[in-house]
Structure formats: C-alpha cells, structure tokens
Design a protein around this ligand. Structure first.
Ligand code: GUN
Ligand code: ZN
Length: 494
C-alpha cells in the first residue's frame, strides 16, 4: 500500500510567529508577605532555573497517594480544603494543611494565596501528542489512514526546516502551559532537527518532557522516509544528546507498524535494548481498517501487539497510543509486560476510530497501565479538562460512568505511572518535582452559575471536566516557577 501525497494541503510556515508570553501575575492574587514578584519577566533566550529560595502557594488542593482504580478513591484521593505547597530548588518541600505547613516556612517566604475558588493540583500530563500536528488540528473529513495521507504527511514535510519546527514547538509548549500541562510524551517528525527544536525549547522552559524522532521507512512520501539504518543512527545520536539531559527524556518512536518494515522494527528493538531506560512510543489498534492492514502486512504474527512484541517492543516504559481494538490475549500481554496504553478520547471521536473501553483495560484481575493523551492534531483540544470530559463520554458508550476523582487521577498520577515517572511527577508530596496547575473553579459565567448548585467536591470536579477548558487554568508552575499565569480575570457572572 502506498499512502499517496496530495499536491498541497500544508500550512504556510510564515503564519507562525511563536513567542512565549512572559509570566504575569493575575492582579487578583493575594500575596503575603509580598517580596519581589515571583513572576519576573524572562528573556527569550534565558534558561529557566528553579528558584533556590522557598516559595509557596495556598488554596484548596487535590492529589492522589495511590491508584484509585485499584484501591478506591477513599484510600487514595486527598482533597485538602486549605493547603500549602511549599517549593524550593524545583521540588516540593512541604505539602499539607496550611495550619500544619505555615510554621515550617522560613521567615519571609512568599505565599501566593489563590483563594477558596481555586484548586491546586500536580500539573497535567499528556502521554501521547504530536507537536508537528499543531498546525493541522481540526482538519475535516477523513478517518485515520486517509487523514494521514491528506493532512498529516504534508504537514510533517515542513519540519525539514528547523526554523519552522522551532516556531511550532514554541506555540505547542505555550499551549501546553496555558492548559496546565507540565509534562508530555511527544512525537516529532522523521527529521532529527524537529527533535532538536522541541528539546531546545523545552529545556529553555525547564520542562520535564519526553520526545523522539519518528521512524518511518515505508508507506509514506519519499521525503518523509528514513531507513532502518539511518533511523537507528539518528536516534542513537539524539539519545546521546538529549536523554537524561536536565529533565528531558528520549522516547524511541516507530510511528506504527504500517510505516515501518520488520527491519526497522527490529532496529528499534535493538536500540531500546541498548537504552532500556528510554521510553518507547508507537500506535496500536487505533482503527479497524488499520488492524486489518496489519494482518495483511504481518501475516505470520498472531496479533497487532504481537508484531511489536516479536521485535522486542513490548515492555515496561512502552506507551501504545489508543489500543481500542485489542483482544483479550493482547490485554493480558500488556498487563504482564508492564506496557501502557495512552487513551486519547477526543482523537478517537474525531477520527471515528471508536470508544476505548477504559473499564475493560483496567480490569482488576489483569490491570493495564493507562494514561491520558490529547493526540493533537487528531485530538481536538489541548485542554486536559476537555479530554477528561471526552474520556467520560467514551466510558459512557461502554456502559461505565467514569468518576471525576478517577478521571483527575488519570490526568495526573495515572499518566505519570503510564510513563514510569510517578516517583517524580504527578502528585503533590514532599520530594516530588514542583510542577503544578492552579485551576479557577469559576472560570466562566456558566461554570460559576453551575458551581452554586454543586453540593459535593466530586460534583464540582465533574463540572470542571464537563464544562471547563483553558480558561480554567489560572497558573502553571514548572519546577517551582510560575511559567504561565492567566492575564485576565475569570468571566464571572456579575
Ligand atoms: N497512527 C499513525 N500515525 C498516527 C498519527 O499521527 N496520529 C494518529 N492519531 N494515529 C496515527
Ligand atoms: Zn498519535
């Protein structure tokens, strides 16, 4: 099969003028005692270092101490109505009720009080996203394989130009921060310079981020193909340059078995064996047509997952995008291997791929690790709140009602666990990296109005994930530093 390339479906690179906005404090935030503004504007070229002195935020907080799918919400969800998160050297120094933490703060510690209508959480985590597809989000009328041909490949061709890649990477990371996403696992394009551009921008912002060069040696336009050897060599060089540098991690990234020959999958397996602390990301069983095509391309393999497994690509730290159309032996194998699924509900609805059955995936007798993904540009929103709302609907279509508490776990600690990073990110606790999102629980007139009727905390959370979006993100902290602060006040009703 050849995925043919239409003449021109791309986006003018001149239309990108990505510049990162300086962090600016919301005028309504009360600081006590006020010292120098923690929202110092930063230069474009400046590398962001975590503040050495202690700073703190105060407000209602939500976090998880374990897996609520396994142990229940009562045992794992912590909702603290008046909490302090104290941060120093990029880590959380203290977390707990304000009454307990206040005496622990050194004299003069700046405490930013977000008030009782806020919610402080660990930063959101996106376990599956394509930054080069930012320019083609909301492209009409095709399902997966045709959509790749018609929109994706022409868009990705432009990333041969590093200046274009950098401009898109900046806009992408800015959107992430505007949506409270502090870590993501990112597909670049086949071009090594597309990886350099993203990592350079992420490093400048001090982000914890995983990414990799797409490996693709068949069934795509010639200008987007590498070979088993060149893809291996280029990935080796990128791993040497970026993996473990600061907060950055490398993800070995064969796009999917449709666009990689067995030789390339084997090369990816060999590479992962040499660098087993890297992540591995690819797509798996997203659409029924794709599954049928895999059967044709790999007649000797028992299943789609078996294609990857056969080449040494199914193990802990593998993140398989989608996994909608998996049979029971494949689920068993994912469980046994410790590999993860990235659940990308807005993408699955947009492409008409299907409704992922989360309850089946996390079945307690053989739970599979599941994280949440926006899957931009098949996904339709950078908002993790909107993505959780879509996850609720995907579960509804499978006869289960995902609870709000379980959903927020999925967007934070659950996704950290899917990336094998839950010892560092995804929850509020002393020693964890200080990546936070501060939500405004009354971010629009409708939400404000609806919140007046929301009796329980669970109901309040559910309102946010059903009606909320980027407007609900009041601030995003990266390694203890405010990297984004919403400029305008909420659209409150009078
Ligand atoms: N399968 C292979 N490549 C892609 C991609 O870029 N997006 C999605 N949603 N599925 C894929
Ligand atoms: Zn994807």
């Amino acid at each position: 099969m050849v995925l043919a390339l239409p003449a021109d479906c791309g986006v003018d690179p001149q239309s990108f003028h990505g510049t990162f906005p300086p962090a600016v404090f919301d005028a309504n935030v009360v600081r006590r005692p006020v010292t120098a503004s923690a929202a110092r504007e930063f230069e474009e070229s400046e590398m962001i270092a975590p503040p050495a002195r202690m700073t703190a935020v105060r407000g209602p907080a939500l976090t998880f101490t374990g897996d609520p799918f396994r142990d229940g919400l009562d045992a794992t969800m912590v909702h603290e109505p008046d909490a302090i998160v104290a941060m120093a050297d990029g880590k959380i120094a203290h977390f707990g009720p304000a009454g307990r933490i206040t005496p622990l703060l050194p004299a003069g510690t700046e405490v930013v009080d977000y008030g009782r209508d806020a919610l402080i959480s660990a930063g959101f985590i996106d376990t599956h996203v394509h930054y080069p597809q930012t320019p083609m989000i909301a492209s009409h009328g095709a399902q997966l394989l045709d959509w790749l041909n018609k929109y994706t490949f022409p868009t990705e061709l432009k990333f041969a130009d590093k200046a274009h890649a950098r401009a898109v990477a900046r806009l992408f990371l800015q959107e992430n921060l505007r949506n409270g996403i502090t870590t993501s696992c990112v597909y670049c394009t086949v071009h090594p310079q597309s990886v350099d551009a993203l990592f350079e921008e992420a490093e400048r912002l001090g982000l914890r981020l995983a990414a990799g060069k797409v490996l693709m040696d068949r069934n795509a336009p010639a200008a987007l193909l590498d070979t088993a050897q060149s893809g291996y060599d280029e990935s080796q060089a990128l791993i040497a340059k970026w993996h473990g540098r600061g907060r950055l991690l490398y993800a070995i990234t064969p796009r999917f078995a449709v666009t990689s020959t067995p030789a390339q999958l084997a090369a990816a397996g060999a590479l992962w064996q040499q660098h087993s602390d890297c992540l591995l990301q690819t797509h798996l069983a997203e659409s029924r047509r794709e599954v049928a095509l895999i059967k044709e391309l790999f007649p000797d393999q028992q299943s789609y997952l078996d294609v990857y497994d056969h080449h040494g690509l199914c193990d802990a730290r593998a993140i398989f995008g989608h996994g909608i159309w998996l049979d029971e032996p494949e689920m068993q194998r994912l469980h046994a291997s410790g590999a993860s699924i990235a659940h990308c509900p807005t993408s699955n609805f947009f492409l008409g791929s299907g409704a992922f059955d989360l309850a089946r995936a996390i079945r307690t007798d053989r739970p599979v690790r599941v994280g949440l993904g926006t899957d931009i540009g098949a996904g339709t929103s950078f908002s993790i709140l909107a993505t959780l709302g879509a996850a609720y609907k995907a579960s509804q279509l499978n006869g289960h009602s995902l609870s709000a508490g379980h959903a927020y776990y999925l967007g934070t600690r659950g996704s950290a666990r899917a990336m094998y990073l839950d010892d560092r990110i995804g929850s509020l606790a002393a020693g964890m990296e200080a990546d936070l999102v501060v939500l405004d629980m009354r971010s629009t007139p409708l939400i404000d109005f609806r919140m007046n009727e929301a009796g329980t905390f669970a109901e309040q959370l559910f309102v946010q994930m059903t009606l909320g979006d980027d407007r609900a993100v009041q601030a995003t902290y990266v390694a203890g530093r405010p990297a984004y602060v919403r400029k305008t006040d909420a659209n409150r009703s009078p």
